[in-house]
Ligand binder design. Structure first.
Ligand SMILES: C[C@@](CO)(OP(=O)(O)O)[C@H](O)COP(=O)(O)OP(=O)(O)OC[C@H]1O[C@@H](n2ccc(N)nc2=O)[C@H](O)[C@@H]1O
Ligand SMILES: Nc1ncnc2c1ncn2[C@@H]1O[C@H](COP(=O)(O)OP(=O)(O)O)[C@@H](O)[C@H]1O
Length: 306
């Protein structure tokens, strides 16, 4: 695996759908998607202590939303991996929950993928991504892209991954009105036909070019989400009103929306202007749990004349 971590801990970065086109529907009701997924510095964290039967403890600011869950995706991932490896599931996992639950940034999917990576190492399996990917797909449509947590183009129902455009140094603000939205309900409420896959370049030179390119795409679930949760429209308006916001759009099935900015530092400052009652975060993109660009490569200001 390509995610460098300390031996018994993993980060589970938020997945952002920079665009999301619904291109068709399968006979089983699942939708065919075309999406550019990228990963934010905002993340959950998962730790492991060996010994004893499999157990999960929840902590962190967003843990409350999960305490009543009968079956956490982390435990489902652990049992699935143990079954595939022909061994007993064991060890104590601690999930530190920072990402809002049911919010369109794939927190549960990222946690499940982090559990597969972590237990793959902790149990000494040494499996590569190719061997873990089919297990990931069984846990949810978003779990395969979260295995490597690197920007990727998603096709099929989410399991067909291909190269993403090279992302420039850019800033990202995430905002959620603290209203959970269930993914199946949003797909069900969607009206209209299907979209073509987006035409994207191999790379964008800077955040402004990326915002212009993404403006030609959309999120086909946005209108349905606003119908179910009108606060999504308020979040989008608030992001667009932030100084320096280059583009604002909903991620996944919502209700989290993102704003693109020139730099991570500018995004972090802008996030502070959003209502304190919302979940809000500002920073940059990551790949495999590491910042995409070093601080030195992230100019605070655009060069003169840019
Ligand atoms: C919409 C997306 C876009 O990345 O993100 P989120 O809003 O969840 O973050 C994903 O496709 C969500 O993936 P995930 O949350 O793993 O979905 P799953 O658990 O597999 O499916 C939940 C339900 O969503 C619907 N679903 C999901 C994926 C898909 N391609 N078509 C669908 O119609 C189905 O009704 C399914 O029963
Ligand atoms: N570790 C987990 N984190 C978040 N949600 C989880 C987890 N385990 C199970 N779930 C369930 O998965 C559903 C989708 O969660 P999540 O991945 O946060 O949504 P989304 O993909 O819309 O961001 C939640 O409503 C919850 O019932």
């Amino acid at each position: 695996m390509t995610v460098p971590e300390t031996p018994l801990a993993e980060t589970a970065p938020a997945k952002i759908n920079l665009h999301l086109h619904v291109t068709g529907r399968r006979a089983d009701g699942y939708h065919l998607l075309d999406s550019l997924a990228a990963f934010a510095g905002a993340a959950d964290a998962l730790r492991y202590q060996p010994g004893g039967p499999l157990a999960l403890a929840l902590e962190g600011p967003e843990a409350g939303a999960l305490e009543a869950e009968p079956d956490n995706l982390v435990l489902r991932a652990a049992r699935l991996l143990a079954e595939a490896a022909g061994r007993a599931p064991e060890g104590r996992l601690v999930l530190e929950k920072h990402l809002p639950v049911a919010s369109g940034i794939g927190g549960g999917s990222a946690d499940a993928a982090a559990a597969l990576r972590l237990l793959n190492r902790a149990w000494g399996l040494g499996w590569g991504t190719a061997r873990l990917a089919p297990l990931a797909a069984r846990l949810g449509a978003d779990v395969p892209v979260c295995l490597d947590s690197r920007a990727a183009r998603m096709g099929g129902v989410g399991e067909l991954l291909s190269a993403a455009p090279a992302l420039p140094a850019a800033g990202l603000v995430l905002a959620n009105p603290r209203i959970p939205l269930a993914t199946p309900a949003v797909f069900k409420a969607r009206r209209g036909g299907f979209s073509a896959a987006a035409a994207l370049p191999d790379s964008w030179p800077d955040a402004a070019a990326m915002a212009r390119g993404l403006a030609a795409c959309g999120n086909d679930l946005e209108a349905a989400a606003i119908g179910l949760c009108p606060a999504v429209a308020e979040v989008l308006a608030a992001l667009r009103a932030l100084p320096g916001c280059l583009l604002a759009r909903m991620s996944g099935s919502g209700a989290t929306c993102f704003g693109l900015f020139a730099t991570p530092a500018g995004a972090a400052r802008a996030a502070g202007h959003l209502p304190a009652a919302w979940w809000r975060w500002g920073g940059g993109f990551t790949a495999g749990g590491q910042p995409l660009y070093s601080a030195a490569e992230q100019p605070e200001r655009q060069p003169a004349g840019a």
